[in-house]
Design a protein around this ligand. Structure first.
Ligand code: ADP
Ligand code: MG
Length: 964
């Protein structure tokens, strides 16, 4: 069932699973309120899916900051949100009684650190570790925090001290544009990517006023001066001087408009960071005067010209490589800008000096073209790195307070995030090593915070099973053998070693490490380190050289000869150093490699961090295109992994990621009690967490206790039922802990509870279905019986009615027929008796007068209705004849009484079953054609089998006939 929660439901029950998942989501978190959830560790369940959805919902609602336990997640809005950083908001957070109760914000973190310092509770010093991918907003966040401290840590009382503090703050803020101009560059990922790590220590006096600051930098990417990836740029400052210099300055620095430099790719792209004036002003505020500034820019121009020096291949190994034609001008310009003698500069680049033998004899060897290029690059990198360090020292001297004047500090670490490129080298190894170190520090801190939360809830539980990234750190920096030690050893032995040999050495020596991998498909020698944020493949080619970072002593000596005031400062001619330098070529003193220097500074940094209360800000880039309103889940997910947030989720999962308030727990799982009574009637299992389920007398829902206990009692039975037959289920404790306000459980337990709930619901559903079917069946049966009864009653009623009508009709026919027969018999007997004439004269004129007065009308009707019968009789082959027949027709046709001899009855021949009987008038006939001439027409004649047609075609005018 939890699979459905995690979105892995199978296709067949996907639909049912979806609704169940939604139901569970609603119960655990409440989907509609996802964006209102301020803390990612409070999403329920704590899974990557819900965390992502929560972040996305908040991003859509313009909420860019979200807490994640002791971490603040900052999403880059990629659009200006001025109201989010206004001084008014800074003051609001500063004045709030409980800033952490306000919306998550970097100012809340800033204020929290400031209050911690004020509280003087150990450790008083604070550190804020801002991490994230390039372009995620680390530098922006650090800058905003510095502005925040500049506002809140200013002295409100003394005007004098206020001015001093203001000046210091201004200097701290001004250090940003300078460091960004010299240390940031436009990369594929960020237009203003910091190419160095930075720890800023904001120093506070006993009254928590900012009195100064100190900056420490790490691992400047100095190779960028001479080598830029395609579509990337050199450090901003080179573009600033080329674009922002005045006409005079251009002349002075030999930077004519439109000049092209091979170390200045993509100059046509203009960024907002290319503002030379801002850098100059900031330098001025830091105490770097205009002549010094010009000096700096002149040296930088000299480096740009140095980049245009190209050598041709030498035909003979004994001959040094010659300059390309158009490079001759460049070396001259470069030498003049760096104030170096031109020939020694060229010679240093072309010829290598080797000291060998016991006497330290000096040999000179012409360099190959590639070596010449390397020496040229090395010279530029050397100058730039020293210049950068010097700038940092100048900034520090201008912002650093007297050591006695400050007592506490807040540290801001703007550190490069975890990096993994298609090709990774020593820089990435160092960066990822630093991230591993910081991750370990973070995890330890997070675990502590988790532990505290459990303690508050009254749980005694430790993350003993949690494995941190120590194995990976052992692989990188462990003792006695690790990747670092092996690379350093290669440098120390100074033996020629190929990349493949280094790979074999690392793989064979460190084969036992679980974090070392090998890419069999890779053609280049490499090794894989499985970092906490994912595996990274490092190429071994050039690793040792980079680690050595060899600076030929000739280059340093050359630079020491410079007449330039700045280069003189950067490369001082120290007599002691000079005297020691001579034998150093053969000295066995440990070589200070890049890795060992980095390791030392990292350890120093971690010592500082360990001595402080850490706060974490994880900057996240919602998309790599830098677009506002675009949240790409996959990109965010990989960053959550890289910044260790996934790790915190895993830590949560290692503990009890599901936390359900008592009330909600009882409401949802109360029905499990049915299961218990069914599985183990009458017996209660022991409480799953008897040792920890202490109930505070102040617990709000005290009435819930019996119910809660009842539910908890069912859990062992539930786990037992879920365990496979061979499993000793009793041995494993139920992973549920009852806190003071919440029930804590693991994912698996939630799954089990949901299974149990589904089982009970299924049973209930079956029961309801059975009852309903029974009820429906009974109802249908009753309805069927009733319908049958009604149908029978109606049918019998209809039959009775029909029979009654038939009966009445039959009676009427019978009676009329009987009367008719009597009459006919009477008439016949009269005829037979020979009293024809007499009788006729005695027959009353109207037909009706022969009958009894009361039956007159009905008889007449019967005659009318039965006239066909009469006609049939009259026409029958056998039957009445003669007068009798005439009388019948006469009666049928209701001819006027009078002289019967005035009519002659004529029967037409039978044709096709139609009999036509006509009473032919003996006198003249008058035809009337009126609208409705038929006195006895049947208005709805129904064709009958025996009906006689044709009779009423001609009718006689009875009255007129009567008179005739
Ligand atoms: P990083 O130092 O992590 O490489 P930056 O701090 O330089 O990244 O941020 C990159 C860009 O993102 C900035 O230049 C800025 O345009 C934008 N940005 C970062 N954070 C914010 C923010 N909170 N509000 C607005 N824009 C931001
Ligand atoms: Mg940055």
């Amino acid at each position: 069932m939890l699979q459905q929660v995690n979105g892995h439901s199978s296709g067949s029950d996907a639909q049912g699973g979806k609704s169940l998942r939604e139901d569970l989501q609603e119960f655990l978190g409440g989907e509609a309120l996802l964006h209102e959830l301020d803390d990612l560790t409070k999403v329920n369940p704590v899974t990557l899916e819900t965390v992502l959805r929560c972040l996305q919902a908040r991003y859509a609602a313009d909420m860019f900051y979200t807490s994640a336990g002791c971490t603040l997640v900052a999403l880059n809005p990629f659009k200006p949100v001025p109201q989010l950083y206004s001084p008014a908001l800074m003051r609001e957070y500063h004045a709030a009684p409980q800033p952490q109760k306000l919306r998550p914000h970097i100012f809340a973190v800033g204020e929290q650190t400031y209050r911690n310092v004020q509280s003087l509770i150990e450790p008083v010093n604070q550190s804020i570790i801002v991490s994230g991918e390039s372009g995620a907003g680390k530098t922006w966040t650090s800058r905003c925090l510095m502005k925040f401290y500049a506002v809140v840590a200013a002295s409100p009382t003394s005007l004098e001290s206020h001015k001093i503090a203001e000046r210091i703050e201004q200097r701290i803020l001004n250090s940003n544009p300078v460091m960004e101009a010299f240390g940031n560059a436009c990369t594929l990922r960020n237009n203003n990517s910091s190419r160095f790590g930075k720890f800023i220590q904001l120093q506070l006096n006993s009254a928590q006023q900012m009195t100064g600051a100190a900056v420490q930098t790490y691992l400047l990417e100095k190779t960028r001066v001479t080598c830029q990836a395609s579509s990337e740029r050199n450090f901003h400052i080179f573009y600033q001087i080329c674009k922002g210099a005045s006409v005079d300055e251009r002349l002075q620095w030999h930077l004519p408009e439109g000049a092209s430099f091979s170390w200045l790719p993509n100059p046509e792209r203009t960024l907002e960071e290319d503002c030379f004036q801002v850098t100059r002003e900031a330098m001025l505020h830091l105490g770097i005067d205009i002549p010094t500034q010009n000096n700096i820019f002149q040296v930088l121009a000299g480096l740009l010209h140095l980049g245009n020096i190209w050598f041709a291949d030498s035909k003979d190994e004994a001959q040094s490589c010659q300059l390309m034609d158009d490079a001759k001008c460049s070396i001259r310009t470069s030498a003049s800008l760096l104030q170096l003698p031109e020939d020694p500069l060229l010679e240093t680049l072309q010829i290598r000096t080797i000291r060998a033998g016991r006497q330290q004899q000096v040999f000179q060897k012409p360099c190959s073209r590639a070596e010449c290029d390397t020496r040229r690059d090395c010279l530029a990198k050397l100058v730039y790195a020293r210049l950068f360090d010097w700038l940092v020292s100048v900034i520090n001297s201008s912002i650093c307070a007297d050591p006695d004047s400050w007592t506490t500090f807040i540290g801001l670490l703007d550190v490069y995030g975890f990096e993994s490129f298609p090709s990774n080298s020593l820089e990435q190894l160092c960066i990822n090593y630093a991230n591993e170190k910081l991750q370990q520090h973070f995890v330890a801190h997070y675990l502590r915070a988790q532990q505290e939360e459990y303690a508050v809830e009254g749980l005694d539980w430790s993350f003993v099973n949690y494995q941190d990234n120590q194995a990976c750190l052992d692989l990188i920096e462990g003792s006695p053998i690790s990747i670092c030690s092996l690379i350093n050893e290669e440098c120390r032995l100074n033996r020629p070693s190929s990349a493949a040999q280094l790979q074999t050495r690392i793989e064979s020596t460190l084969a036992g490490s679980p974090c070392l991998g090998h890419n069999k498909l890779s053609r280049e020698p490499s090794f894989i380190v499985v970092h906490y944020a994912g595996p990274v493949q490092y190429h071994t080619a050039g690793l040792v050289e980079k680690n050595k970072d060899p600076v030929p002593p000739e280059l340093t000596r050359l630079l020491q000869q410079s007449q330039d005031p700045l280069l003189k400062v950067l490369f001082p001619m120290d007599p002691e150093e000079k005297s020691q330098e001579e034998p150093s070529g053969q000295s066995r003193a440990p070589v200070l490699t890049v890795v060992s220097k980095f390791k030392a500074s990292l350890e120093q940094l971690l010592q500082v961090l360990h001595s402080t209360t850490p706060h974490y800000i994880r900057c996240i880039k919602p998309n790599s295109q830098g677009q506002a309103h675009t949240f790409l889940q996959e990109e965010v997910l990989s960053q959550l992994e890289a910044c260790g947030l996934v790790e915190t989720i895993h830590i949560s999962a290692a503990g009890f990621p599901i936390r359900i308030p008592h009330q909600n727990f009882v409401e949802r799982y109360e029905l499990l009690r049915r299961l218990c009574t069914r599985t183990s009637p009458g017996s209660h299992s022991p409480s799953p967490d008897e040792g920890h389920s202490e109930w505070s007398p102040h617990t709000k829902g005290a009435t819930l206790q019996p119910l809660l206990q009842d539910i908890l009692h069912t859990l062992p039975a539930l786990t037992q039922a879920a365990a496979t037959p061979g499993d000793p289920a009793e041995a494993t404790p139920v992973p549920v802990h009852c806190g003071r306000t919440k029930v804590f459980m693991t994912d698996s337990m939630l799954e089990l509870l949901e299974c149990g709930r589904a089982q009970v619901l299924e049973q209930c559903a079956c029961c309801i279905q059975g009852s309903w079917r029974r009820h429906r069946h009974r109802k249908q049966e009753r309805q069927r019986q009733a319908a049958t009864l009604i149908q029978a009653a109606i049918r019998s009623w209809l039959a009775r009615k029909h029979i009654q009508r038939m009966h009445a009709a039959a009676t009427a026919i019978k009676r009329t027929w009987q009367k008719w027969r009597i009459r006919m018999a009477f008439l016949a007997s009269k005829e037979l008796d020979g009293v024809q004439e007499k009788h006729v004269s005695q027959v009353p004129l109207p037909l009706g007068s022969l009958l009894l007065p009361q039956a007159q009308t009905s008889l007449l009707e019967a005659i009318i209705r039965l006239w066909p019968l009469g006609l049939v009789l009259a026409n029958a082959a056998v039957g009445v004849r003669g007068f009798q027949r005439k009388l019948v027709v006469w009666a049928c046709l209701q001819l006027p009484m009078g002289n019967p001899s005035s009519y002659a009855v004529q029967t037409a021949q039978e044709q096709a079953g139609v009999t036509s009987i006509r009473a032919l008038p003996q006198g003249s006939i008058k035809f009337h054609c009126r609208k409705s001439p038929l006195p006895y027409a049947d208005i709805c004649p129904e064709p009958s089998l025996h009906s006689v047609t044709g009779f009423n075609q001609i009718l006689l005018e009875r009255h007129s006939l009567g008179h005739m």
